[in-house]
Structures are given as C-alpha cells and as structure tokens.
Design a protein around this ligand. Structure first.
Ligand code: SF4
Length: 228
C-alpha cells in the first residue's frame, strides 16, 4: 500500500517539461525540513491506497501525453511499494517523473523514469543531506535542481556543478528561485526569495551551463493554492 496525500491534474511546473499537462501523485511523509518548504501538509497523514487504486485514479485524470509526476513529501521513503507501482505505470505506457530530495538512494528507480533530483543549498538548512552517490545513479534524461534563496546559495550551486563536472554531463541543471513560504495573493516574482533577474545576471556572468527555472504553477495560480 502507498500512503497518498493527493492525486490531481495540473501543469508541470518545475523541470524542463514545465508547462506540460501532467497528473501528480503526491506521497505522504518527509524526513527533511527545508526552511522554504511549501509542502509541509505532506509531513503527516495520508491515506493508504493500493497501486491498482492509484493507477485507476491516474487513468481517470490522464492527460493526452500520459505524463505522471510522483512527488511528495519524499516519495523515496516508500521505495519498497513505489518501485513496483512505477513499473506498473511504465507498463501501462505512462511517462513517469519522480521528484526527490536527493537524500535517499536512487539506484532502484527504473531507468526509464525521469528523476528530478534536488541538491539542497545552505539556505534550505538541509544542504548536508545530499547523497553524493546519487550522481552515479543519474541517466541523461534526469535533471538536477537547486532551489536558491540568495547569492550564497547560487555560489554553492555553481561550485557544486563545477566541482562535480556536471556541465559536461547530459543532465539538465535547473536553478530555481525559492518562493516565500507565506506567499499569498499575487502571482508575481515579488514572492521569490531571490529575484529571478539577479539570478539570470549571475548565470550569464559566470557562463554557467544551466537553466533558470521558475515554478510555473505559482505564476498561473495564487501561490497559496494547493493541489495545482
Ligand atoms: S524535501 Fe521537499 S517536502 Fe521535504 S521538507 Fe524539503 S521541500 Fe519539503
């Protein structure tokens, strides 16, 4: 059984596939406590559902591109149940993405999955948690995401990318300004902890091989709305 917070259809917001319709399966539980986390409602609760029941709900909501993102919380905390569920989704013809904090081992995630792996920066309060061995488990379709609150986070991300030679690898490297936890009402960059324009200028000045990624859904719907 999987412990599920919500299953919904929306627009993919945080990867190179941002903007595409997608069904989201949000799992319960997380072992980190990022300072800017916008998913604290996943930390407790969740309803038990069998893989078959989750697939039935995914089928009901399915988008024409058959894209499914598994997120949380931290989905890899349910690895034993999650891997067979992912295999079921792949067998049914879905494109599957998994969003993960990068703290749990990723070797057992099927290679056909696009993994969006966070590297937590100091502003999150969880930067020591990244499991470096996970870099070896990445395929060319995977993406590394750095959520940034300030210049110190940017330099941490830039140096991490360069120290690990990631600009030479095939993975997409996403630099994303963190959103304020208490963001409310307006759908503007004012809610970002780091001004996207500043970030763009730093990336260009350093000629960094990376993509500036805005959380698209927070510019479409008000940032306080959940399940979108
Ligand atoms: S890993 Fe994700 S869900 Fe967990 S605390 Fe950090 S941002 Fe929140």
């Amino acid at each position: 059984m999987l412990s599920i917070i919500e299953i919904f259809r929306s627009i993919q917001g945080e990867s190179s596939l941002a903007g595409l319709p997608c069904v989201f399966v949000r799992l319960a539980g997380c072992n980190l406590r990022c300072s800017w986390c916008d998913s604290e409602y996943t930390f407790t609760g969740g309803r038990k559902m069998s893989g078959d029941d989750v697939i039935a709900e995914v089928e009901r909501l399915a988008t024409p591109n058959k894209l499914v993102e598994i997120t949380g919380g931290e989905p890899m905390l349910q690895e034993r149940e999650l891997v067979p569920f992912i295999e079921q989704l792949l067998a049914a013809g879905y494109q599957v993405m998994v969003e993960t904090s990068g703290e749990r081992p990723l070797e057992r995630v099927p290679k056909a999955v696009r993994k969006i792996v966070d590297v937590k920066c100091p502003g999150s309060g969880e930067s020591a948690k990244f499991r470096t061995e996970n870099l070896q488990a990445l395929t060319e379709r995977d993406e590394l995401k750095f959520v940034l609150t300030d210049r110190a986070d940017y330099e941490y991300a830039r140096d991490f990318i360069r120290q690990h030679g990631l600009e030479r690898n095939g993975q997409e490297l996403l630099l994303s300004p963190a959103f304020r936890k208490d963001a409310f009402g307006s759908r503007t960059a004012e809610n970002c902890l780091l001004d996207p324009r500043e970030l763009a200028e730093w990336m260009l000045a350093d000629a960094l091989r990376a993509r500036l990624a805005l959380q698209v859904h927070k510019f479409i719907w008000e940032p306080q709305i959940k399940g979108v």
